[in-house]
Design a protein around this ligand. Structure first.
Ligand code: 5AD
Ligand code: SF4
Length: 360
């Protein structure tokens, strides 16, 4: 087997190299990869952590992804859509506390009313912050026109995970119908870029039936798509979803965490200047999962600003840390010994350096 040190010195990594990196089993090799990711990060994006205040605006969703707790078919969820005034108060909180930017996330809806609501929200957040708050949207697959409309309203980043790049795996975790076509998603990512957004995508790690080869292909897909940002996190089972049936195929939590952290480090090495978010799902596996992700190579943190009364209805997966207050999370980061040398950078959009450099 090729030596890890030799692979880590290479200018570009082949599929085989990536498979070797994601397959490491011993702690020494793992440490070498983490170390390399830390060096790459320090050199290309610095040791700052950027904040995005997360507002889970609505859990109403037209889709039926087999893994997600707020899928349309789950009747055990009370559906909500937060009133405009309340969303604006969350954004105001982010602005006053110098977060630099917010993310508006919701289930997927494509009706005209929803398009208007998001458009108005974006404009009003821009107004209340005198243009200073950056706005990321994460509202699913939309038409080219809708992406353009929201961009013109003031949003400048869009997150749309492809979830799994291998069609076979993708259709094990999504219904195979028009609403869920993988190709639509990939086309959307292209439209988003053409519109001028900074574009983020990603996948779930540790899905039932997912191989290391699948994960490597996901990483290569991110590279081919030339994304500016990545949000990827461990798959966490949810009892009210069809995929719960396959829970006996899952890696134990500790291993799922280790694989997720390793994937972050390998991505940092593969795409050194992108923004990588520390996914909330990591905290479902272990208390300080997001902190560990930052050490592994992530540089973006999304403290949850959704008013507490809605959070129990935005359970995408089990054991979601729905009571963590944004302030507590930030305090934890600032006080953590593990994150000595890393600093939260306030008051900046924290755009992906990759975006500034990319030409396509
Ligand atoms: N486990 C982990 N992540 C999930 N998501 C949805 N359901 C789950 C789950 N069970 C993620 C998807 C989606 C994002 C908003 O949440 O990747 O893109
Ligand atoms: Fe809806 Fe997104 Fe959940 Fe799929 S993952 S059911 S699109 S909220």
């Amino acid at each position: 087997m090729p030596d890890i040190t030799h692979i880590l010195e290479k200018e570009s990594l082949s599929r085989e190299d990536l498979i070797r990196l994601l397959s490491v089993q011993n702690q020494n090799e793992r440490d070498l990869i983490f170390q390399k990711a830390m060096e790459v990060r320090a050199e290309l994006v610095g040791n700052e952590i950027y904040l995005r205040g997360l507002i889970e605006f609505s859990n109403i969703c037209e889709k039926n992804c087999f893994y997600c707790g707020i899928r349309a078919g789950n009747k055990n969820v009370e559906r909500y859509c937060i009133e405009e005034e309340e969303v604006l108060r969350c954004a105001e909180y982010a602005f006053e506390n110098n977060y630099g930017s917010v993310v508006i996330q919701s289930g997927e809806r494509t009706d005209q009313e929803f398009i208007e609501i998001i458009s108005n929200l974006v404009q009003k957040i821009k107004m209340l912050s005198k243009g200073k708050l950056g706005i990321t949207l994460s509202c699913g697959d939309q038409t080219k026109e809708t992406y353009k409309r929201w961009f013109d309203s003031g949003a400048h980043r869009y997150l749309l995970r492809f979830e799994a790049s291998d069609p076979e795996l993708y259709y094990k975790i999504h219904p195979n119908n028009k609403k869920h076509f993988l190709l639509n998603r990939l086309n959307s990512l292209q439209y988003l870029k053409e519109t001028g957004y900074q574009v983020g995508s990603g996948m779930m790690i540790g899905l039932p039936g997912q191989t290391i080869g699948n994960l490597v292909d996901d990483l290569l897909m991110l590279k081919t798509l030339n994304v500016d940002m990545v949000g990827m996190g461990p798959y966490i089972e949810h009892k009210d979803t069809p995929l719960f049936e396959s829970r006996d195929q899952l890696l134990p939590k500790k291993e799922r965490l280790e694989l997720s952290l390793l994937t972050i480090s390998v991505l940092r090495i593969l795409m050194p200047d992108i923004n990588i978010a520390a996914a909330t799902a990591l905290d479902s596996l272990v208390d300080d999962g997001r902190l560990q992700a930052i050490r592994a190579g992530a540089n973006v943190l999304m403290p949850n600003l959704t008013p507490l009364k809605y959070r129990e209805n935005y359970f995408l997966y089990e054991n979601k840390p729905y009571l963590t207050e944004a302030d507590d999370l930030i305090r934890k980061i600032n006080e953590s010994d593990m994150l000595n040398g890393y600093k939260i950078k306030l008051g900046e959009w924290g755009d992906s350096r990759h975006f500034a450099r990319r030409v396509n």
